[in-house]
Design a protein around this ligand. Sequence first.
Ligand SMILES: [Fe+2]
Length: 188
Amino acid sequence: MQTSKAETRQILTQYVSCDVLLKHCMAVEAAMEAYAKKFGEDEAYWGAVGLLHDVDFDLYPNDHPNHAREILTKYNYSDDFITDVESHARDWSQERTLLQKTLLALDELTGFIIACALVRPDKSLDTLEAKSVVKKMKDKAFARAVNRATIIEGAMSLGVDLKEHISFVIEALATAAKRPEYQNPPLL
Ligand SMILES: [Fe+2]
């Protein structure tokens, strides 16, 4: 089923009440759209997968994403769409598609980039450089919950250089942060 961004957001907010998680989903949405555009894929579809990828996390933090299917079938999402959402399970055993690899490559990275922006004096993505994100990745005390290996492996599986990947995602998030649909709540 094809829904508008606003409708998709409405579905998400029925299941996600925490602002931090909502912003995370929005960031993954924006970055998925940017990669879809780069790869010549369906931006709306990739964005919706990104936005809904953690739809069951608030309700089932210890059994996520295993409840995405029961939620998303209520809204007539296709089997393929739901499989794409489920595919970011870290123990996913099947070979991931390009979309699925991209989702995994963005899940941890978007949050890490935003954390890097928030500790800058201007709290902005506009002046953030990939090299400072790479440097922060080596600082184990910084944003310690973020799994660095997943970020590195994500870029490798996509076949992109880590620094270029980070630069691309910074740019995608910085652009999205200025768009009206990313003001409420603000992306960072
Ligand atoms: Fe996530």
